[in-house]
Design a protein around this ligand. Structure first.
Ligand code: FDA
Length: 393
């Protein structure tokens, strides 16, 4: 049996970051992954350009059963630390809206950077290796794998979430946590598009491809102002992905299609200026015509503004500023960017990510009950939690 100080299961964002950190501390580190390539999610992230972090990272941008849990790791390894690493490797990047940082060229550069760091730190990475069993010993763990038996003092679980099963996502990390008696919170798809009910689909499917600025509010009051995209299946776009993290099945979402504008006042002004103009022509100056025609009945759209009573104008305005819609569901893990829920953070140390009940066992990255907003926050959590454990193992 081959012994290592540290074994990390998962050669993804968090696992590689943890491995390099521990390796530089002189620890003998082995990373095991069942995939044939390391960092596959990084490669497809950010449309192939990897939104690797955000200029402004704050604890409230993470969803976690214990909102204070993320503070320590995020403060000790900041986005500025990762930016400095990226710059040291000569990777060119650019900033998009809301402080999001992307590679200029390709997400491959981030994977190459992490693998280079691991190589410099003397980390051993073994791919295409299935973990068959993990047992606790007096001074560590024994892993039986498809490539033989290994023992270690510290075991780090970095197997990620359930999103994108076709990329090899597995529930292995949750099962291992349960094997050691750790609580695992129910998981659901996050940062995910919504789907239509059948009747909505007939009405809104023709709008597929239309994108408009919006402010979307969830029932708990959480609000995001970003683009809304109509798709064949339902609603998507950054505002929708963000709000999906705060949505429960059956709840309505509230969509403001004219953010920063008072639709009732706008209608009043239009009425005073052009009383004989049709509602259709008026609204089509503010929103795509196809959207206007899907939102309102043709008979109403054909009316001139001066044929609409005040109450009718109020209802129209409310549909524009506060369109309340109950979506059927989400597209699920197939297209979700993250998994909400996971290893209960009450089971872990926020400084080291070690399980309180099991000495030497650590959980990092998305497998934990920590999910970030869209915008580079999920990778930042992978880097920060990876470094926190890498410093401790
Ligand atoms: P990650 O999923 O990266 O790695 C887990 C590793 O564990 C994988 O290598 C897997 O093969 C391995 N593994 C799983 N089960 C195993 C088993 N049983 N045995 C052995 N190995 C096993 N975030 C962001 O901040 N900016 C972005 O631009 C994007 N874009 C994006 C696009 C898409 C399409 C998706 C699906 C996701 C994103 N994300 C993102 C989210 C981001 O990719 C995600 O949060 C991190 O990759 C999580 O890092 P982890 O290391 O925790 O898991």
């Amino acid at each position: 049996m081959k012994h290592h100080d540290v074994i990390i299961i998962g050669a993804g964002a968090a696992g590689l970051m943890c491995a390099a950190t521990a390796g530089y501390r002189g620890r003998d580190v082995l990373v095991l992954d069942n995939a044939k390539q390391a960092g596959r999610k990084i490669l497809i992230s950010g449309g192939g350009r990897c939104n690797f972090t955000n200029q402004k990272v704050e604890p409230h941008q993470f969803i976690c059963g214990n909102p204070h849990f993320v503070k320590s790791a995020l403060a000790r390894y900041r986005s500025s630390d990762f930016i400095e690493l990226v710059e040291r490797h000569g990777i060119e990047y650019h900033e998009r809206d809301h402080g999001q940082l992307f590679c200029n060229d390709s997400a491959k550069e981030i994977v190459t950077m992490l693998l280079t760091e691991c190589e410099w730190a003397g980390v051993n990475i073994k791919l295409r290796t299935d973990i068959i069993s993990v047992t606790k010993t007096d001074n560590g763990f024994v892993l039986t794998t498809s490539a033989g038996e290994y023992s270690c003092e510290s075991l780090v679980v970095a197997t990620g979430g359930l999103s994108m099963p076709k990329l090899g996502a597995t529930p292995y990390g949750y099962k291992l946590a349960q094997q050691f008696g750790l609580n695992v919170l129910p998981t659901t798809a996050g940062l995910v598009p919504f789907t239509w009910h059948a009747d909505q689909k007939a009405r809104f499917e023709p709008l597929s491809g239309i994108a408009v600025p919006s402010t979307i509010t969830a029932q708990d009051g959480t609000q995001f102002s970003e683009a809304l995209l109509f798709t064949h299946r339902g609603l998507s776009g950054p505002a929708v992905l963000q709000i999906s993290n705060y949505w429960q099945p059956g709840q309505a979402i509230n969509i403001n299609l004219l953010p920063n504008e008072n639709a009732l006042e706008k209608l009043q002004q239009a009425l005073e200026k052009s009383p004989k103009q049709s509602l259709r022509n008026t609204l089509s100056q503010w929103l795509p015509k196809r959207l206007v025609e899907a939102l309102f009945e043709a008979a109403q759209l054909d009316k001139a503004l001066n044929q609409l009573g005040h109450g009718e104008r109020e209802t129209i305005a409310s549909n524009l500023n506060a369109w309340s819609i109950v979506m059927n569901g989400t597209e699920g893990y197939r297209t979700a960017e993250v998994t909400l829920g996971g290893i209960d953070t009450n089971e872990l140390s926020s400084k080291t990510m070690q399980a309180n009940k099991v000495a030497g066992l650590y959980f990092i990255g998305e497998v934990m009950d920590v999910s970030g907003w869209l915008g580079g926050f999920n990778f930042q959590w992978a880097w920060s939690s990876g470094v926190a454990a890498g410093m401790a193992v």
